[in-house]
Every structure is written in structure tokens, then in C-alpha cells.
Design a protein around this ligand. Structure first.
Ligand SMILES: Cc1cc2nc3c(=O)[nH]c(=O)nc-3n(C[C@H](O)[C@H](O)[C@H](O)COP(=O)(O)OP(=O)(O)OC[C@H]3O[C@@H](n4cnc5c(N)ncnc54)[C@H](O)[C@@H]3O)c2cc1C
Ligand code: SF4
Length: 520
């Protein structure tokens, strides 16, 4: 059995970032990734291939709480879901680390503060080439210095919208984005600012994903090995139950076993919980590291909606993800509870709409709709409910139970956005009717992201100080084991309402420092 210093399971935001951090140390590191590299081909940028045909999506069936089949919108590949993400890289707000009162209940405090993570946010922003403008976002937490790169400029339609929002007293800002765009020298820029970024792999490797930015660079070190097509099926412990002694892998139709001084699980919040739950033994009858019975519980994925605002004027924007609004993040003068975050998805087109669009008014063609829409993405915080959970069925398949909660803030956020849209300047061509929708109909189409949309999964192996209510300690080491760590989105005790990836990356860098101290 091959032995390493560190085994990392999963190469996404958590695992890939940790690999980059540990690689220069000379430690012998094995990366185990169930997927393969996303092939570089023209289909990377085809909305038909990616969204309609699901060419690169995980081919796996889970069950929901009613036993209905669930096809998760997730990706198994080197770089994990960051290969497909929109690269909106936000820090959580300082207040998100404390207890926050919501209309639907309480969002619990984290066992670390914003200040503990702040230096690692800075490191992650540099690593992932984040472009942004500090201080524009009204709830921007304090930072040591500016973003490493200037903000990505708005195209004219979004610039106009930004000005119209500002004229109403809102504080719209440039979304912090991890793309390798150089607007000052476009002829040299790796990123060409295309329309197929969010949800797609980047054909020219200009998106800061965990493969390009971390795994490829980690593999330049001779002490780092990657095995693809390597699905970890189980973790086994020694007789004491205190140490993971074997990592069991299914690869090329055979079972292989590996060992390491430290084993880091980073398979994504749902798969990591499932892996621990599968790894039962006499010492861990409820699943590995699960004496507390929290593993798999408190699943969160945000309350997410796409809201299409369809005006009479077309929206010719190519790269749409540049604008965000956080004014209602913690509430408003007439509503003292958090509502959430407003930003954009990549520009929708006919094929993407066909793959799962809001129900259309009769007579509209998908093409026409897409050409006239501004496509907002709204995120509100869902609260950790122990009954929202990952379990396994008799065949070891994943079951994901989820009952939405804390929805009132989200409803109000949608309403706030619709109000702000009505306050736009008068259109020179169509007058006020422009913003009342195509064919003079007031048209906002809202689609709540369904359970299968597990993009923001987190919370299933929470960290905390009390082993009775958390599975991981403050360093993301399992309370009950001496050599098992978790660095994907599982560790979140609450989900906040901004995209999770930068926090996962920053935490992986933090845990990386602990591991470097531990392993010398
Ligand atoms: C379309 C889309 C858009 C998104 N946009 C944004 C955005 O703009 N901003 C943002 O912050 N977040 C975004 N996200 C979410 C972001 O991608 C995730 O939060 C992040 O990738 C999660 O990191 P992770 O390390 O927890 O898991 P992942 O990145 O999912 O990595 C898990 C890895 O583990 C591997 N794996 C799973 N099971 C096993 C196993 N048993 N054995 C071996 N390997 C295994 C998987 O193949 C995968 O590579 C988006 C996600 C999607 C899908
Ligand atoms: S916008 Fe830039 S980073 Fe994104 S897919 Fe296009 S070229 Fe790649």
C-alpha cells in the first residue's frame, strides 16, 4: 500500500487550493479526484452542449426526501465545480461571522471571527486574480489593501443600470471576479470577455478555477501526484478508531488502498458527508467522526432565484456578471431582517432558457426573451435545519432532504429589485413603457432554483468548539480523529448570502497553515 504524508480527496475550491498551499513544502501529497480533466474543445463554450445536453454534468442519480429521483447539477472533474463557476469571489461580511437574527430564525455564529480569516481572504484573492473595487460595496468588510486587479468594467447597458440605481440612492458596485482579464492591454489579455463564463469551463483557461490556478501549479512539484477517475468509497480507521489508516479507492474497475499521515476530505459538502456516513465501523457506528450525529445535517444551499427583467429595448451585454447590489443585505428602514444579495448570472440565451427556464408567456420566443432580458441572480440566506440533511439509502445512494426556510426575506428582496427596476430612467425610444416589458406588458419572470441546483452546497460537517454539536474543531480537524480534516464547503455553520467559493478557498489556506505547522 502506497503511503503519503497527505492525501487530499477532491480537487475543487477546497482541495485544489490546499494542494497549492502544501505543494512547495516537499511533503508527499496524493490528490484523489473521481472525475477527469474537462476536455478542451469548442463545446466548452456551447450553451447547447453545456446547459441543454449536460455534456460535462455528473451522471448520477440521487433521491429527494420523497424518494423521487434527483439529478444534481454538479460536476465531477479536476478543479471541481470551480471549472463551471461564475467566479464571483466575495468575502463574507464581518457580521456574518456572528449570530444574525433573521425573520425565519437565527443564523448561528462561527467559531472564528472575520479577522481570523481576513489574511487568508487576501491570499485567496491574490491567488485567484480577483478584480474589484474596495469600499464600493456598502457592507464590504475591512481589508488590508486594494483588490489585486481593477474592477471589471460594465458594458453600456449595465453602466446605465448602475447609474439609475445610484440615482435612487442605492450603492451598486462592481462584482469581485476571478478572471484573468487585462482591460488596459486587451491584446495581451488572457480573458477575452466572452458570454459563456458562468456555468461553462473556460476554453482559454482564463478563468481562475482550481485546476488552472492551483492543481496544475501544484503538479509542477515532483512531490505531488494526482490520480483521476479515483472515487474514494470509504475511509477505514485503525483499531483505536482515532486515525484514518486506509483510503479505499475505486479506479479503473479495481479497488486500491492508500495511506497517509493526514487525510483531508474535500469532495463537496454533499459527497463528503456521504463518504463519512459510508465509513461506518464498530468504533464509528453512525459514520466516521459522527458521534455528534451532525454529519450530513444542516444542509444549506441558499435561497436562489433567477429574475429576468424583460424590457422593450434589447440588452446587448456580452459579459453580464459585473454588477451587484447589497443595500438590502441586512434589511431596509421598513424591514429589519436580512434580505440578501442581488447580482447577475451570465447572459442567458435560447438554449440555456430551454434547459430550465421560467414558464414563458405564450407568443414569446425564447430567443426574443433572451435578447431583451436583464438576468438577475438573487441570493438569500437559508438557515441550518438539522432535518435538512444528506443520508444514504439502502444501496448507499445519496438522499438529499430539504425543506426551504427563511423565505420571507427573499420574497421582499425580489420586490425591492422590481421596485428599483421601475425607477430606471425614461427610455429615449420607448419612454416609460420600455421597462414595463416587451409588448407593453410588465414582465418579470422569476425562477427559484430547485433542489437539484446544489451549486452552493454547504454546512453538512460543521465546525465548532463543542464536539456535541459539531463534527470538526476550529482547525477543521475531526473532533474524534487525530488525522482527518475537511476543507470543502461542509464546514460552514451558516451560509450567509454571498457566493461561498472564496470563503472555502480562504479556509483551505488557513487549514493549510495548520497542516504545515503540524507536519513541519
Ligand atoms: C454553475 C455554477 C456557478 C457557480 N458560481 C459561483 C460563483 O460565481 N461564485 C462562488 O463563490 N461560487 C460559485 N459556485 C459554487 C462553487 O463552485 C462551489 O462553492 C465550490 O466549487 C465548492 O468547493 P468545494 O471544494 O466544496 O467542492 P467542489 O468544488 O465541488 O469540489 C469537490 C471535488 O471532489 C470530487 N469528488 C466528489 N466525490 C468524490 C469522491 N468520492 N472521491 C474523489 N473525489 C470526489 C469532485 O469531483 C470535485 O472535484 C458555482 C457553482 C456552479 C455549479
Ligand atoms: S469571460 Fe474570460 S474567463 Fe470567462 S470563459 Fe470567457 S474568456 Fe474565459
Amino acid at each position: 500500500m502506497d503511503r503519503y504524508d497527505v492525501i487530499i480527496i477532491g480537487t475543487g475550491a477546497g482541495g485544489g487550493t490546499l494542494a497549492w498551499k502544501l505543494a512547495p513544502s516537499g511533503l508527499r501529497i496524493l490528490l484523489l479526484e473521481r472525475g477527469d480533466y474537462v476536455p478542451r474543445e469548442l463545446d466548452n463554450w456551447s450553451t447547447r452542449a453545456v446547459n441543454l445536453e449536460g455534456k460535462y454534468a455528473a451522471k448520477e442519480e440521487w433521491r429527494d426526501g420523497d424518494g423521487e429521483s434527483l439529478h444534481p447539477h454538479t460536476n465531477y472533474c479536476v478543479g471541481g465545480n470551480t471549472k463551471f463557476y461564475g467566479a464571483a469571489l466575495f468575502r463574507l461580511r464581518r457580521e456574518d461571522f456572528g449570530e444574525v437574527k433573521h425573520h425565519g430564525g437565527v443564523s448561528p455564529a462561527w467559531p472564528i471571527s472575520y479577522d481570523d480569516l481576513a489574511p487568508y481572504y487576501g491570499e485567496a484573492e491574490r491567488l485567484y486574480h480577483v478584480h474589484g473595487q474596495r469600499g464600493e460595496d456598502p457592507f464590504d468588510p475591512p481589508a488590508d489593501g486594494p483588490y489585486p486587479h481593477p474592477p471589471v468594467s460594465h458594458e453600456p447597458r449595465l453602466q446605465q443600470l448602475s447609474e439609475d440605481f445610484a440615482a435612487q440612492g442605492l450603492r451598486p458596485f462592481h462584482t469581485p471576479l476571478g478572471i484573468m482579464l487585462d482591460e488596459a492591454a486587451p491584446q495581451r489579455s488572457r480573458c477575452i470577455r466572452c458570454s459563456t463564463c458562468d456555468g461553462h469551463p473556460c476554453l482559454v483557461q482564463a478563468k481562475s478555477d482550481a485546476q488552472v490556478v492551483c492543481v496544475d501549479r501544484a503538479l509542477e512539484h515532483p512531490n505531488v501526484t494526482l490520480l483521476t477517475g479515483a472515487t474514494v468509497s470509504r475511509l477505514e480507521t485503525d483499531a483505536t478508531g482515532r486515525s484514518v489508516s486506509q483510503v479505499v479507492v475505486e479506479r479503473n474497475g479495481a479497488t486500491e488502498r492508500f495511506a497517509a499521515d493526514v487525510v483531508v476530505v474535500s469532495a463537496g459538502a454533499i459527497n463528503s458527508a456521504a463518504l463519512l456516513l459510508r465509513s461506518t465501523s464498530p468504533k464509528h457506528p453512525r459514520g466516521l467522526a459522527n458521534g455528534s450525529d451532525v454529519v450530513g445535517r444542516h444542509y444549506m444551499g441558499h435561497i436562489n432565484s433567477v429574475l429576468m427583467a424583460v424590457s422593450q429595448c434589447p440588452n446587448p451585454t456580452v459579459f453580464q456578471k459585473t454588477l451587484s447590489v447589497n443595500d438590502f443585505y441586512y434589511g431596509s428602514p421598513e424591514w429589519s431582517f436580512p434580505m440578501g444579495h442581488i447580482s447577475f448570472v451570465g447572459k442567458l440565451d435560447r438554449d440555456t432558457l430551454r434547459a430550465g427556464a421560467p414558464k414563458l408567456a405564450p407568443g414569446f420566443t425564447l430567443d426574443l426573451m433572451a435578447k431583451h432580458s436583464l438576468d438577475f441572480w438573487l441570493t438569500s440566506e437559508d438557515l441550518p435545519d438539522p432535518e435538512n440533511r444528506v443520508t444514504l439509502d439502502r444501496d448507499g445512494r445519496i438522499v438529499l432532504r430539504y425543506r426551504p426556510n427563511n423565505e420571507e426575506g427573499h420574497r421582499r428582496l425580489v420586490h425591492k429589485l422590481e421596485e428599483a427596476m421601475k425607477g430606471q430612467r425614461r427610455c429615449a425610444v420607448h419612454g416609460d413603457a420600455c421597462h414595463q416589458g416587451l409588448f407593453s406588458r410588465n414582465l418579470y419572470l422569476q425562477q427559484r432554483i430547485p433542489l437539484a441546483g446544489v451549486a452552493h452546497q454547504n454546512g453538512t460537517i460543521r465546525f465548532g468548539r463543542d464536539p456535541k454539536t459539531s463534527a470538526l474543531d476550529v482547525d477543521c480537524k475531526a473532533h474524534e480523529l487525530d488525522n482527518l480534516y475537511v476543507v470543502d464547503g461542509s464546514f460552514f455553520p451558516s451560509s450567509a448570502a454571498v457566493n461561498p467559493a472564496l470563503t472555502i478557498m480562504a479556509n483551505a489556506l488557513r487549514v493549510g497553515d495548520r497542516l504545515l505547522e503540524r507536519l513541519g
